[in-house]
Design a protein around this ligand. Structure first.
Ligand SMILES: *Cc1c(COP(=O)(O)O)cnc(C)c1O
Length: 424
């Protein structure tokens, strides 16, 4: 199966579903309903669907609390005092890290600030941050407030790399040459992994290498990359990264965040950080002594004891990712998204104008396609919603659709493009 053998019949969509090795996972999720049927849910890039097993994971912790009270911290097969440990090996595989390099804690933007405290260390003329233009607002606000915190003006301290005139996505060569051009002034290179608006998956390895050659630290916001594209943060030598888990990782609204700190920083005493008791050497955590000694690795950035319920929900979904594996997910994802692209391009051949701004090369994207609509974008989005499609609208005129390999089917994609065709 590859794009050259795709065809536009409904029968073919059903054949692809029949051959889909992951098709059973669709049944493990709850879908919102539209007129008695599952909606066409393409918003897993915003909030993943609820796995049917989440309830059991939550009930387990409710029961543990009910039966044990405070002793729940020390008893049972998953004592709460050790709770973050139960995530390390699983989360490490999602981002291509060693278990000690990751921790599940807080939320994305909180983690971003905590790691910027350690890894954005402006000094002398090296005080600038290079980021992608049009980054997600929380990244923009976090970086702006961090540079101000260090006494700089955002206009002087933040360099945004923009696509060339008339283009929608960034060229890697332009990112790398911007890094080179500013190499004496950069303290930090901070990019999204997958841009939330265009769906472009940046070349994280090349960006990291160029950032390091320029003498900067390099960090990524993986909100749209975690659980979507395979990564090798350890091998790529990335300094730090953060992500949320409620998008592709289906961990519940506002679910916990993830953080990665490369092994080479595991015990670096020169890194400033904002500390809390949960990051302290766990052998001595309850001795309540003065003098913070961080745990080695990402766990040393923890502040507080684990938020058991949101983490339990995350565990339900991570166990599913463990079972499926990122490689199998990526394989289906490439096919499913290529199939959607094929069907949309076929409409365009018939005179429609759905301009996909996401890169067409599967290596440069995850599963999301961002479709630039003409003047009638908003009514089109409304029409889709009224016909049982959950997709999202992003100002000024983009509809984002994410066929998620864990639970979307080829028939979902077929029916969605059928609706686009009907609308005209
Ligand atoms: C979704 C998203 C966030 C959200 O951050 P929270 O702190 O979890 O609310 C941040 N950055 C990017 C790039 C996102 O896509």
């Amino acid at each position: 199966m590859n794009p050259s053998t795709f065809n536009t019949t409904a029968k073919y969509a059903r054949e692809l579903d029949a051959k889909d090795a992951l098709r059973a996972y669709r049944e493990q999720f709850y879908f919102p309903q539209h007129e008695g049927e599952k909606v066409l849910y393409f918003c897993g890039n915003s909030l993943g669907l609820q796995p049917k097993n989440t309830r059991a994971y939550l009930e387990k912790e409710l029961l543990h609390w009910e039966k044990e009270g405070v002793e729940g911290h020390f008893r049972g097969d998953m004592p709460w005092k050790d709770y973050h440990h139960f995530f390390s090996a699983l989360a490490a595989k999602i981002v291509g890290a060693k278990p000690e390099e990751v921790v599940i804690m807080n939320t994305l933007t909180t983690n971003l600030h905590l790691l910027l405290v350690s890894f954005y260390r402006p000094a002398g003329k090296r005080f600038k941050v290079l980021m992608e233009g049009g980054a997600f607002p929380s990244d923009q606000y976090a970086i702006e407030s961090q540079v101000k915190f260090h006494g700089y003006q955002p206009e002087e301290a933040i360099i945004e790399v923009e696509p060339r005139a008339g283009e929608d996505i960034l060229r890697t060569e332009d990112i790398l040459s911007a890094i080179e051009e500013h190499k004496d002034e950069l303290a930090l290179v901070m990019f999204g992994g997958v841009n939330y608006y265009t769906g472009q998956y940046f070349d994280l390895e090349s960006i990291t290498k160029a950032g390091h050659e320029a003498g900067a630290t390099v960090g990524f916001d993986l909100a749209h990359a975690a659980g979507n594209v395979p990564m090798q943060l350890h091998d790529w030598n990335v300094d730090f990264a953060v992500w949320c888990t409620y998008k592709y990782l289906n961990s519940s609204p506002g679910g916990p965040g993830g953080a990665f700190v490369h092994e080479r920083h595991r015990l670096n005493p020169d890194l400033p950080r904002f500390a809390g008791w949960w990051g302290h050497n766990e052998e001595e955590r309850f001795l309540m002594k003065k003098g913070f000694q961080p745990m080695p690795g990402a766990a040393g950035w923890q502040l507080s004891n684990a938020q058991i319920f949101s983490m339990a929900a995350h565990k339900a979904s991570l166990d599913m990712f463990e079972e499926v594996g990122m490689a199998a997910l990526r394989k289906k994802s490439e096919l499913l998204t290529a199939y959607m692209q094929f069907l949309i391009e076929d409409l365009n051949k018939k005179g429609h104008q759905f301009n996909i701004i996401t890169p067409t090369n599967p290596k440069e994207r995850g599963c999301q396609l961002s479709i630039l609509t003409g003047a009638n974008g908003k009514p089109l989005h409304e029409y889709l919603t009224n016909n049982g499609v959950i997709s999202d609208w992003r100002e000024p005129n983009v509809i984002r659709v994410a066929p998620v390999p864990m639970y979307n089917s080829f028939e979902d994609v077929y029916r969605f493009v059928g609706l686009l065709e009907k609308y005209g």
